[in-house]
Write a protein that binds this ligand. Structure first.
Ligand code: C5P
Length: 301
């Protein structure tokens, strides 16, 4: 096989709790992550040596700083040092958005090269590489399955509660959430910066993940919305009040709830029906060009 194309979906954080700071400098998390139907498309092509990245986007780095490059280097070093790959990233997920755009590309490169070169690294081996690349990469990798039909790569919508740095995953039942609106403001936020400014004593509301999971297991969208809380909003909204304004506007337009994803700055809202969601989408489209009306990611059934 000479070429592989994989969809690499974005994630949103339905809850995000920080339990404390760890001795390695990272924060101990408890967060529910959910893949949505907004994806990059990664095409990998056999190349005798060297790693080359190309993209339709000029807002991502094409060299070693790109997590997709790191992923390719890591798996090829393990498998056959010196082997190469061409990577094309069709970028659809906004960059620096809190939607795991870079992490999902890296995860797709790991599973894609494993497939392209028939490396036969096991899932635990791939997850270990993923965790070494970034905290969200293991989650993104977990949505890709090889098992469907021999030789076929399938990606399904994945939801999990992640702990540790974000790499310890407990998968949750799959749920289809329709009528999600995502708004990405013009600016970007540095994840490292947001975490470094987090003061847990100043956080007003922590998620109740137990109640969230009860609602999730029942598929009770009203209570799923009620229990959506992200402690990193306390930092990001202070730095960029526009995030809070977007949230308020989405609620005024009829959203059940609006929440920042990850460390931001993207805000997503869940609407009770398509009509209300579409109206909000149209209003926001006048002010923001990175705006999406979508549902959960689901493929492969
Ligand atoms: O792992 P990743 O490179 O995606 O994380 C980016 C930055 O976010 C880290 O360097 C760290 O500052 C912060 N972070 C953290 N605790 C986590 C995840 C990320 O402090 N669990």
């Amino acid at each position: 096989m000479q070429i592989v194309t994989i969809e690499a979906p974005a994630k949103i954080n339905l809850t995000l709790d920080v339990k404390g700071k760890r001795s390695d400098g990272y924060h101990e998390l408890e967060t529910v992550m959910h893949q949505v139907d907004l994806f990059d498309r990664i095409t990998l092509e056999f190349r005798s040596s060297g790693i080359e990245i190309a993209s339709n986007s000029n807002s991502i780095p094409l060299g070693e700083e790109n997590l997709a490059y790191k992923a390719a280097l890591m798996i090829l070093q393990e498998y056959q040092p010196g082997a190469g790959v061409n990577i094309f990233i069709e970028k659809n997920i906004p960059v620096g958005a809190g939607l795991a755009g870079g992490s999902t590309d890296a995860a797709a490169v790991l599973v894609g090269i494993n497939h392209l070169y028939d490396c036969r690294f096991s899932r635990p081996q791939l997850l270990k590489m993923a965790a070494a690349i970034g905290s969200d990469v293991a989650f993104c990798l977990s949505g890709h399955y090889f098992e469907a039909r021999p030789g076929e790569l399938v990606s399904r919508g994945f939801t999990a509660i992640a702990r540790g740095r974000g790499e310890l995953l407990e998968s949750l039942p799959s749920r289809m959430i329709p009528n999600i609106v995502i708004v990405k403001p013009e600016f970007e936020l540095s994840t490292a910066q947001v975490y470094s400014e987090l003061d847990l004593e100043a956080v007003e509301q922590f998620p109740d993940n137990g109640s969230f999971l009860q609602a999730w297991n029942k598929g009770d969208i009203i209570n799923i919305s009620v229990y959506m809380v992200n402690v990193l909003e306390s930092v990001s909204i202070r730095k960029k009040p526009e995030i809070g304004i977007i949230k308020s506007r989405l609620i005024e337009m009829g959203a059940l709830r609006a929440l920042m994803s990850g460390s931001g700055p993207s805000v997503f809202a869940i609407f009770p029906d398509n009509e209300t969601a579409f109206r909000a989408y149209q209003v926001f489209k006048k002010d923001y060009h990175e705006i999406y009306l979508l549902s959960s990611y689901k493929r492969g059934d």
